[in-house]
Design a protein around this ligand. Structure first.
Ligand code: E4P
Length: 228
């Protein structure tokens, strides 16, 4: 399973890259606005240089010709660019055209199995299924992801499922069980993944016991380590 960081924040991307846990990054117009991105090309080029894996850069239009023009410019910024296109007819047409030119695509805002499958048929490299927004409508997001994964596998379709739109760690752990190829997780939730109160108290208990026993003669103190 791959994990992408669902953020355009450079400092967050540097931090999560240092953890060794992210395989790529996804951005969208809201994420870029929230990160205060003004120089879009300059900022995306920074991300593309920082994150070696796939970086989704989303078009900001529903017009087909404008989509294709933006997509081809984005694709020129780096080999790891994935052009993010809306799940609608223009988005499908753009996906079909761009996939034939070898440009990787991520069809986004999929809320149902049929949308994800039609995106795969159009040649999408990724289909992004929106967990929280599906749940907000009263449907079971896990079922949408599992059924999509089953159909893709049954027919040997190469498209990968990205699950995004998470609002809780519980959403993330539920999505981990669905067989999704990729989870794209926002910074605030990514930060919570290593943490557990019992883990923290246990590690502190270990250290307190060790330091209590080896008060002044800690053999593993940096000044003594390896100096027998
Ligand atoms: C993926 O990158 C999606 O654009 C993102 O996860 C959407 O999240 P939202 O539904 O909270 O806007």
């Amino acid at each position: 399973m791959e994990i992408f960081a669902d953020t355009a924040d450079i400092n967050d991307l540097k931090e999560f890259s240092s953890w060794g846990v992210i395989d790529g990054c996804t951005t969208n117009p809201i994420i870029c606005v929230k990160s205060g991105v003004k120089d879009f090309e300059g900022h995306m080029r920074q991300i593309l240089a920082l994150v070696p894996g796939p970086v989704s850069v989303e078009v900001t239009t529903n017009d087909l010709d404008e989509m294709l023009a933006q997509a081809r410019i984005f694709a020129s910024w780096g080999k790891n660019v994935v052009v993010k296109l809306p799940m609608n007819v223009s988005g499908l047409k753009a996906t079909h055209a761009l996939s034939r030119d070898g440009i990787k695509t991520n069809v986004t805002a999929c809320m149902s199995v049929k949308q994800a499958i039609i995106a795969a048929k159009a040649g999408a490299t990724y289909a992004s299924i929106f967990w929280a927004r599906i749940e907000d409508m009263g449907y079971d997001a896990g079922t949408v992801v599992r059924e999509t994964r089953e159909i893709l596998g049954t027919h040997g379709m190469a498209c990968k499922i990205i699950v995004g739109s998470f609002r809780s760690v519980s959403h993330v752990t539920q999505a981990m069980r669905t067989g999704a190829h990729v989870l794209t997780i926002p910074s605030d939730l990514l930060r919570q993944l290593p943490w557990n109160p019992r883990t923290e108290s246990t590690i502190n208990e270990f250290l307190e016991q060790w330091r209590g026993f080896h008060k002044e003669d800690d053999p593993l103190h940096p000044d003594r380590l390896g100096k027998k």
